[in-house]
Design a protein around this ligand. Structure first.
Ligand SMILES: [Zn+2]
Length: 280
């Protein structure tokens, strides 16, 4: 029987808490991309799936992290920690969402792997017609249009997306922080002007010694035996942030003395695709 850990450790212990979440658009959302490889609708080969709207994980992760950081600052914990180059590398958000030491404000000799993993959110219904068009990207300073093209896609209100967020080696505190931050996700979309309102709910969870499901599997059919998140009996977000901040501090103290060993080795090789660089 797998349960939540009571303490925080540096090395992975092979426990995965997976929240199954649903994001419902309350408003039309403009999803914009200026990178050709960033797919916003996808045609699955599986015919039951067909055409779907998708939200890439890094978009969701970036937003969830920002909401977690806002909440944390509100509690007076690491108030100066900020994205992207101002990470403190020792607060609950840095420990949970990761960071690259040498580009952080702290200039530390270690990297932090993200403990929060996710995958692409997939719309629950097929998309019959995709209203996408290509526009000239506007330079934010000169307000002129240049050579760059971007693709705009409008996802209509009431579109629902489902996806899985996985927390490695969850403790009651980290599980509560991730849950609370997810529920705070109230806007998705491209630019600040065009973000659509959304509502995020958690349908339930899996706790296991492996990753039990994925957004793709969810889209293909109902997942078996999902537990209700109320069963986790998590502390309030305020309590969780305060107690987790203390645990983070002692964990960082532990590997501050062994900077070049385990913590760095763990993150080595991931550096180029470090958790920060790909978030939005
Ligand atoms: Zn931080």
């Amino acid at each position: 029987m797998v349960s939540l850990w009571s303490d925080l450790r540096v090395l992975a212990r092979g426990t995965y808490l997976q929240y199954v979440a649903r994001i419902k658009l309350l408003d039309d959302a403009i999803i914009r991309s200026n990178e050709p490889e960033e797919v916003l609708t996808y045609t699955y080969k599986n015919h039951d799936l067909g055409n779907r709207f998708i939200i890439p994980w890094r978009k969701i992760k970036g937003k969830v992290r920002r909401t977690a950081m806002e909440k944390m600052r509100g509690l007076g914990i690491s108030p100066d920690c900020h994205l992207k180059d101002g990470l403190c590398m020792k607060c609950p958000c840095c420990i949970l969402f990761g960071g690259t030491g040498d580009v952080s404000a702290a200039k530390v000799g270690y990297n932090l792997l993200s403990r929060v993993l996710g995958d692409t959110f997939i719309s629950t219904d097929r998309v019959d017609t995709i209203n996408s068009y290509t526009a000239n990207a506007v330079d934010e300073k000169s307000l002129t249009t240049g050579q760059a093209l971007m693709t705009l896609v409008k996802a209509p209100a009431e579109t629902e997306f489902r996806g899985v967020i996985t927390l490695r080696d969850p403790t009651k505190d980290s599980a509560a922080i991730v849950r609370d931050s997810l529920l705070r996700l109230t806007r998705v979309g491209a630019s600040t002007r065009e973000w659509g309102r959304c509502q995020t709910t958690i349908e339930g969870y899996y706790l296991s010694d492996q990753e039990e499901t994925s957004s793709y599997e969810l889209a293909c059919g109902e997942p078996p035996s999902l537990s209700a998140d109320a069963d986790l009996q998590l502390p309030s977000a305020d309590e969780a942030f305060r107690s987790f901040a203390e645990q983070c501090e002692s964990m960082v103290r532990e590997f501050a003395g062994t900077k070049k060993s385990s913590a760095k080795k763990e993150a080595k090789g991931r550096k180029k695709t470090g958790p920060e660089e790909s978030e939005e």
